[in-house]
Write a protein that binds this ligand. Structure first.
Ligand SMILES: O=C[C@H](O)COP(=O)(O)O
Length: 283
């Protein structure tokens, strides 16, 4: 494990090999089970469309390094939120899917369903799904593969608990989650996979993992990807940080060389806060 030393915002890789891709910044807002009504969801969507800046992607933007903005509303709101934000260049995603295609799975939502209403991304393996809904690595792996099979992009969330952090097994836990959740995912498919490193102890707690520490963990995750695939995948895969990201912490996080975006919960429910986050200040 070699800690990353650079603190430059090096989304554009400096390798001489043309095989290595650029890592486009990606800012995501996970609304979780909020807000309470469709009316509130549309008000938040509308407010957000007015806060996009020069660096955020416009619809059909040809700039491959514009900041991609994705929001994850609750399933019932996805269609109308998509209608409200797509012209502004914001993409929508689903917070979860079930891995089966169809059938007697009361309460579940298939990948084809969210694909058909315009979702481009799906969160897989969020810690709240792991702990509250018993999503284990085998199920998460099936979901990741189903999302890819359907032509969407998974944001695969991994991260250690407070107990694991205190026991200093963070790297081992993250490496195990990555390797299990990516079983059978090909190198070619990895171009559509985003990883979100979310230390569970930092989610919704106000406890932010320090930017340098998060950066070191991201660098470690790239060594895991290099072992699972190769250096090309390790350097080209986008890795977001998530866990109590706010307007105050975003610039420091995004200044790190290995952090390509943020997965934002609470602060994404306040338009002005998320607006500041997606328009983070570059060095
Ligand atoms: O999906 C988002 C993460 O769980 C982070 O949530 P948070 O920003 O409220 O800590």
């Amino acid at each position: 494990f070699a800690p990353a030393s650079s603190i430059s915002h090096a989304h554009q890789l400096t390798s001489t090999t043309s095989l290595l891709a650029s890592r486009q910044p990606i800012m995501a807002g996970n609304w979780k089970m909020n807000p309470a009504t469709e009316e509130d969801a549309l008000a938040l969507s509308s407010a957000l469309t007015k806060l996009l800046g020069e660096e955020t992607c416009a619809i059909d933007d040809s700039d491959e390094m514009c900041t991609e903005v994705v929001i994850f509303p609750p399933h019932p709101f996805i269609s109308k939120v998509r209608d409200a934000v797509e012209e502004a260049g914001i993409t929508v995603g689903a917070q979860s899917i079930f891995f089966e295609d169809k059938g007697a799975y009361t309460g579940s939502v298939a990948a084809s369903m969210v694909k058909s209403i315009g979702c481009e991304y799906v969160l897989c393996g969020h810690s709240e799904r792991r702990t509250l809904f018993n999503d284990d690595d085998m199920a998460i792996n099936k979901k990741v593969k189903k999302v890819l099979e359907m032509g969407m992009k998974p944001i695969l969330c991994i991260g250690e608990t407070k107990e694991e952090y205190d026991l200093k097994v963070k790297n081992e836990v993250c490496a195990m989650q990555l390797s299990k959740d990516l079983v059978g995912v090909t190198k070619e498919q990895m171009k559509d996979v985003v990883i979100a490193y979310e230390p569970v102890w930092a989610i919704g707690t106000g406890l932010v993992c320090g930017a340098e520490e998060a950066n070191d963990t991201h660098a470690f995750l790239r060594t895991v990807l290099a072992n699972l695939y190769d250096d090309e995948v390790a350097q080209a895969t986008r890795i977001q940080y998530g866990g109590s990201v706010t307007p105050d912490s975003v610039d420091g996080l995004m200044a790190m060389s290995e952090i390509d975006g943020c997965l934002v919960g609470g602060a994404s429910l306040v338009a002005e806060s998320f607006g500041r986050i997606i328009n983070y200040k570059k060095e």
